[in-house]
Design a protein around this ligand. Structure first.
Ligand SMILES: C[S@@+](CC[C@H](N)C(=O)[O-])C[C@H]1O[C@@H](n2cnc3c(N)ncnc32)[C@H](O)[C@@H]1O
Length: 224
């Protein structure tokens, strides 16, 4: 699990983790998604338990799991219309796909991940949480033959490469979580966008829930 959002850290100047901020983030999750909080909490337990033990989660992430990972990912629900199908490319330990699947049971989500150890973890979590709207597929984005309305990702590759992997799987749009380099990445992907008649927009979600807000790059067909 890598650092998802530039400037989203919760460390104090001295480097100590700000645990009270993490407690506030858990409280925020409970207030924002009351119906789904028990499942979010269970996913949190998996991440800081088996996820950490199996090396899928870095030790530094444990005390900022709600703020930087679970809440940060769950808010992307705000950018997705009802009843869509979604492929989460390079899902790793389930981010952003699992928080999204938990707070949006109307979505049908495929977690795509090539590494067996991560796929095993994902299957165990999905079974334990009873997530009927989630399927786990082992594979590389550039090799699988699956499609969905929307293709999400976080921390998988820079946009030019990511688009080559994600756009072929998308019927409608690619929604990539990005940090402060979002605009620069769009510029770097200009050739791919032009060639495929695509347009890119930066949007922010999670106002009042996560600070800073989560930055997304949305790629859609031009005129469509
Ligand atoms: C840095 S991790 C990010 C994991 C997760 N999205 C997150 O934000 O915590 C990148 C993930 O992308 C996966 N990955 C790498 N190449 C891939 C490919 N070609 N297709 C699909 N997933 C890939 C890796 O196995 C890894 O789990």
């Amino acid at each position: 699990m890598t650092e998802p959002q530039d400037g989203a850290g919760v460390e104090t100047d001295s480097g100590a983790i700000n645990v009270s901020r993490e407690t506030e983030s858990a409280t925020m999750a409970a207030a924002t998604w009351p119906d789904f909080y028990p499942q979010l909490e269970r996913f949190h337990a998996w991440l800081v338990g088996a996820g950490l033990e199996r090396g899928l989660v870095g030790p530094r992430e444990v005390d900022r799991m709600w703020e930087r990972h679970i809440n940060n990912c769950a808010v992307i629900a705000q950018a997705i219309q009802p009843d869509k199908t979604v492929i989460d490319v390079g899902s790793g330990a389930g981010l952003p796909g699992l928080p999204l699947a938990i707070v949006r049971p109307d979505l049908k989500i495929t977690l795509l991940e090539p590494l067996a150890r991560r796929v095993d973890f994902l299957n165990e979590v999905v079974a334990d949480l009873g997530l009927a709207n989630v399927t786990v597929v082992r594979g590389r984005a550039e090799e699988v033959k699956i499609k969905a309305d929307i293709v999400t990702s976080r921390a998988v590759a820079a946009l030019p490469k990511l688009l080559g992997w994600s756009w072929p799987l998308a019927d409608q749009e690619v929604l990539a979580m990005k940090g402060s380099q979002a605009e620069a990445e769009i510029e770097a992907a200009a050739k791919y966008l032009k060639k495929n008649n695509l347009q890119a927009a930066v949007l922010k979600v999670g106002s009042g829930i996560v600070e800073p807000e989560t930055t997304l790059v949305r790629i859609t067909r031009k005129n469509g």
